[in-house]
Design a binder for this molecule. Structure first.
Ligand SMILES: [Zn+2]
Length: 128
């Protein structure tokens, strides 16, 4: 947990940093010409950032750690019906991505809030 001053120091060292209030996967980094960029993980691209008061006054800055985000996800097997219910439950609360495969007739939900991947794919299908 660090303040904005420390965050700027880290950015200058070439570290990626984030505030606790950022969406999971998002971070701030140093781009070309000393400009600071915001990486939007949902969009999959970075853009020039103007800091807001919230960011300047925040005291919960930390160094962004790439791997931890991904390894925290756990895979669960459910029926399609159960996944549909879960999608409704997460709607509006969590950021989620849903994919349907007509080939496998399988539904897969990735919820960034729950940090879970829920799929109706069979375990056997995944081993092929
Ligand atoms: Zn969720």
């Amino acid at each position: 947990m660090s303040d904005f001053k420390q965050a700027i120091k880290w950015i200058k060292q070439g570290q990626k940093v984030r505030g606790k209030f950022y969406v999971s996967g998002d971070y701030v980094y140093l781009g070309n010409n000393d400009q600071i960029f915001y990486w939007d993980s949902k969009e999959g691209k970075g853009s020039w950032l103007q800091f807001t008061l919230t960011e300047i006054e925040a005291t919960d800055w930390e160094i962004y750690e790439e791997e931890s985000k991904m390894t925290e996800f756990k895979l669960f097997f459910y029926s399609q019906e159960e996944i549909k219910k879960q999608i409704e439950f997460c709607e509006g609360k969590h950021i989620q991505q849903v994919a349907y495969s007509s080939y496998h007739d399988a539904l897969t939900q990735i919820c960034f809030g729950c940090k879970k991947i829920r799929t109706s794919l069979k375990k056997e299908d995944l081993k092929k």
